[in-house]
Design a protein around this ligand. Structure first.
Ligand SMILES: Cc1ncc(COP(=O)(O)O)c(C=O)c1O
Length: 396
């Protein structure tokens, strides 16, 4: 019932929409205030319950991780080069996503550009930079944990290889780039985060010819990156198979990590349109290539399978870490061509990537997979966390 203006007969009586005389105004106001107070109280209670629930869930997760780690036998620990004494530190969990989630205020991004740290509003490239005009350039996404970059060598190897394939000269040698990444991490306000290292072709004249570009621009951005929500990370991602096909390796070798991501952006838009978390690209022959920013693994009868680079997959660094861990854990693993059928009928599947880290998959094109997170994923996830701790926190 909506209140109308106070009745002309008496300022204390309100008239309802139907025109009937109604309850005195002051009583109505009191009722409305009471209702608002109850609503606020309920909101507050709901908020409190949610926080309590999150707290319980965090505790449960931490206990589960401890159990999982305790369950790893001595042999496994030795295989991945960790002493049992390291376990408490690992189980306390300083893994990026956990730590990042707990952070209330995220630090501002910082940027190193062409030799020095710069204010963000100074971090600019020219409109004549061919990296901007044509996507002509290379990049790496690199995570850091405990203030140390993870697998920096492998990222730099890939960066220099990508540049070599494009005949692009990186203006800095390896030692200078390592120093620059360290400087950027140190300037960032958190110990865990994500670096984007970019080398563009540089400023040149309009027209595709890169020979007009004298020197590339190099910059390193430090920020936080979470590709999916915490719930998706826990409960599994929903994937679709994109209609957009992966560019043929004959056109652009998938091993080159270039600034040209249009192919993947189109697939990503399909995922968003479909309300899915990620899209899988097939190659021109209909074989599975990769996700838009990650590699895909499936588990079939206990074996780990992932598409080869020749089917259109980037040679992912996280993918290589997972393959190494699988070998250490005696999980059979191999590169092999996969069809959508293999995705639809997998016992388990998961995505790997620097941005993604490891994300279990629960559904592909509406088909619910056997288990999510599955037992193989759980073992690898635990080992992955340990590996990160070992290489960053425990590194000399
Ligand atoms: C297209 C694509 N595939 C796979 C990956 C995963 O590679 P990495 O594990 O080296 O981050 C990425 C990550 O950048 C990517 O962009």
């Amino acid at each position: 019932m909506t209140l109308l203006a106070p009745d002309t007969l008496s300022p204390h009586i309100c008239r309802s929409e139907t025109g009937a005389l109604d309850i005195p105004c002051h009583e109505r106001r009191a009722r409305r205030l009471r209702a608002q107070a109850i609503q606020q109280w309920l909101d507050g209670l709901g908020h409190l319950l949610l926080r309590f629930w999150n707290c319980l869930r965090d505790c449960a997760r931490s206990i589960a991780t401890r159990r999982e780690l305790a369950a790893l036998d001595q042999r496994t620990l030795k295989d991945i080069g960790l002493a049992p004494a390291d376990l408490p530190a690992v189980a306390d969990g300083s893994f990026l996503e956990d730590a990042t989630r707990r952070q209330r205020a995220l630090p501002h991004p910082v940027c190193w550009m062409n030799g020095t740290l710069v204010a963000l509003d100074q971090a600019r490239v020219s409109v004549f930079d061919h990296g901007l005009l044509y996507g002509d350039g290379v990049f790496e996404g690199i995570r850091f944990y405990h203030g140390r970059s993870f697998r920096l060598d492998a990222h730099l190897d890939r960066l220099y290889r990508s540049a070599a394939a494009l005949r692009l000269t990186i203006p800095y040698d390896r030692a200078a780039l390592i120093a620059a990444t360290n400087e950027t991490i140190a300037a960032f306000g958190a110990r865990n985060g994500y670096l984007r290292l970019v080398v563009t072709r540089g400023e040149g004249r309009l027209g595709l010819d890169p020979s007009t570009c004298a020197r590339g621009n190099t910059f390193i951005l430090a920020d936080h990156l979470a590709l999916v929500s915490e719930d998706t990370r826990d409960g599994g991602a929903r994937l679709i198979v994109a209609a957009t096909r992966r560019l043929s390796p004959d056109g652009l070798d998938p091993r080159i990590k270039s600034l040209n991501y249009l192919n993947h952006i189109l697939a990503r838009m399909e995922a968003t349109n479909a309300g899915a978390d990620e899209a899988i690209l097939l190659n021109a022959q209909g074989r599975v290539a990769e996700g838009t920013a990650d590699n895909i693994f499936i588990v079939r009868s206990g074996a780990l399978l992932t598409p080869p680079a020749t089917d259109g997959a980037l040679e992912g660094i996280t993918r290589a870490v997972v393959l190494g861990l699988a070998a250490a854990l005696h999980i059979p693993a191999r590169e092999t061509s996969l069809a959508t059928y293999d995705l639809y009928t997998a016992d388990e599947a998961f995505l790997t990537g620097t941005g993604a880290e490891l994300i279990p998959v629960r559904e592909v094109d509406g088909r619910t997979l056997g288990a999510c997170p599955g037992p193989v994923f759980a073992r690898l996830m635990t080992a992955f966390r340990i590996q990160i701790e070992q290489e960053t926190l425990h590194a000399a």
